[in-house]
Design a protein around this ligand. Structure first.
Ligand SMILES: [Zn+2]
Length: 505
């Protein structure tokens, strides 16, 4: 036996919602091998770490099922603006140079450490590369996840169409000199991207004791060519890995679908044959009932990012309609600057609150069990890991947390699940175990020197400030055209409203 946790309260999140007031958890070779009252009695403790669980809760590790690590350094750095403007200041469409390996490693590690310390044991990173992925940057990201101890599933979230082709109206609005610059920006061909993916999967998939996995992403269907959209589906099928796609995050994307694809982008991807049980529709805010029916039929999952949707004013995802259709939903931070934090507990709390302003029928609001399910098993399913992580059961991977119940968020403790969703914010985590390894204990990350890591990040900070100032100059030049485009889309009647306010400005 490697780890024996004795006499803890246990929340398994299994199908029967099994909970124990007092039980032992046995961990061996990275797996949970036993859960139940008094089962540690008589077990040989030689070489095992015995953990006193008195006054603690053992629960499944949280799953941040949507994240973009390349902006991990931008906490609190970006203004609130609608997605289409916000992205100009975040991912400059005219940036020409890749970052170096050490920068990418440090940036990735910073996010992994913050997540692990708050009890996130798995993350899905839709990792984009500006302007294009390089072997150096990909390796740095994957090595950081390997070294951190977190369970990571990573994509190369790359676009391959011209910037103005991703939006409605923009080609007509932009002056010729800017169109020319966008034409000249580096883009990889479908063959180059597929070959990069093949090397990526070959090198990294199921490495690091199977903690590290690869999946595919088109970023968004309108941001790639149809042949690349379909090539990614083939890779996803071949390796049985998730296929991530941002769809109908904003009203402008609903309008884009009408302008470019003659209808909803969900219907477009369905017609392309890429909406499957491996597909993960990120956001799904401006979907209609016909979209939801097609999504439910396909068996795809949805990724809910409520703080991101609030920060950049995207609207409120139709949670209950998706749920009623039987669609699996996971939760994500989305990214550091669009959350201004890196905390899945606050995302869970927001998921428990936001739907109340979108539906007067209080019996349709998400309850605490549904929120916890999204934070654990729902997220696991989006990563195609639901038979391995997300709940506590014999044979599942030992990804779990020890939560101190002798803390203020749990004092007094009336309803465990409500306290986890609405009171806890990550400060009560005493131990994070991933793949049977103790990665965080008593507030300390054990896999990396956090003091040195933070010092290195601070050294980068002044450069980042300069880069942001430079990015702002280029973004300010483009912003007036994007503002006009945004207003044109916002004013259109698209037959639904996902804002709590009026349908039009
Ligand atoms: Zn995203």
């Amino acid at each position: 036996m490697d780890i024996i946790i004795r006499n803890a309260r246990v929340l398994t999140m299994d199908d029967e919602d099994t909970q124990y007031d007092r039980a032992d958890v046995l961990i061996s070779d990275g797996l949970i091998v036993g859960i139940g009252p008094d089962i540690a009695k008589g077990v040989d403790t030689t070489g095992a770490r015995v953990v006193d669980g008195e006054g603690k809760l053992v629960m499944p590790g949280l799953i941040n099922a949507h994240f973009h690590s390349p902006v991990n350094f931008l906490k609190g750095a970006l203004v609130d603006a609608p997605l289409e403007l916000y992205m100009l200041y975040e991912v400059p469409p005219l940036q020409a140079e890749s970052v170096d390996g050490e920068y990418a490693y440090t940036r990735t590690m910073l996010g992994a450490v913050e997540l692990l310390k708050q009890g996130v044991t798995s993350l899905h990173d839709d990792c984009f590369f500006v302007p294009v992925p390089t072997e150096k940057e990909i390796s740095a990201v994957m090595q950081a996840y390997t070294d951190s101890g977190i369970r990571a599933n990573v994509t190369l979230c790359q676009v391959n169409v011209k910037e103005y082709d991703k939006y409605p109206f923009l080609e007509e609005l932009l002056p010729q000199d800017i169109l020319d610059e966008m034409d000249a920006a580096p883009r990889m061909t479908t063959d180059e991207l597929v070959s990069t993916y093949e090397q990526f999967i070959d090198r990294w998939h199921k490495t690091g004791d199977d903690r590290i996995r690869c999946s595919v992403s088109c970023s968004a269907p309108q941001r790639v060519t149809p042949d690349y959209l379909c090539a990614l589906d083939s890779l996803s099928r071949q390796h049985d890995i998730p296929y991530k796609m941002h769809i109908l995050e904003t009203k402008l994307q609903r309008v884009l679908g009408e302008e470019k694809f003659g209808g909803s982008i969900i219907q477009y991807v369905h017609k392309q044959g890429v909406l499957s049980e491996r597909a993960v529709v990120i956001h799904s805010v401006w979907v209609d009932d016909e979209d939801i029916a097609v999504m439910a039929d396909s068996g795809c999952s949805v990724l809910h990012n409520p703080i991101s949707n609030l920060k950049i004013g995207s609207g409120v995802m139709p949670f209950r309609r998706l749920k009623d259709a039987g669609i699996n939903i996971g939760l994500g931070i989305d990214e550091v600057p669009v959350d201004d934090g890196c905390n899945l507990w606050t995302v869970g709390k927001m998921a428990g609150l936001i739907h109340k302003i979108a539906d007067p029928d209080y019996e349709r609001w998400p309850d605490e069990h549904e929120v916890l399910h999204m934070m654990t098993r729902g997220g696991a399913q989006t990563m195609r890991l639901h038979k391995e992580v997300g709940m506590l059961a014999e044979g599942f991977k030992a990804d779990l947390l020890l939560v101190d119940l002798d803390t203020l968020p749990f004092t007094p403790l009336h309803n465990l699940k409500r306290s986890l969703v609405f009171c806890e914010q990550g400060s009560s985590i005493r131990m994070t175990i991933v793949n049977g390894q103790i990665v965080v204990e008593d507030g300390k990350i054990l896999t990396v020197d956090e003091v040195a890591l933070k010092a290195r990040v601070r050294e980068y900070a002044s450069d980042i400030g300069d880069q942001l100032a430079e990015m702002k100059l280029s973004a300010d030049r483009l912003a007036p055209y994007y503002q006009t485009m945004y207003r044109m889309a916002a004013e259109r009647d698209v037959g639904m409203n996902r804002w709590a306010g009026p349908m039009k400005p």
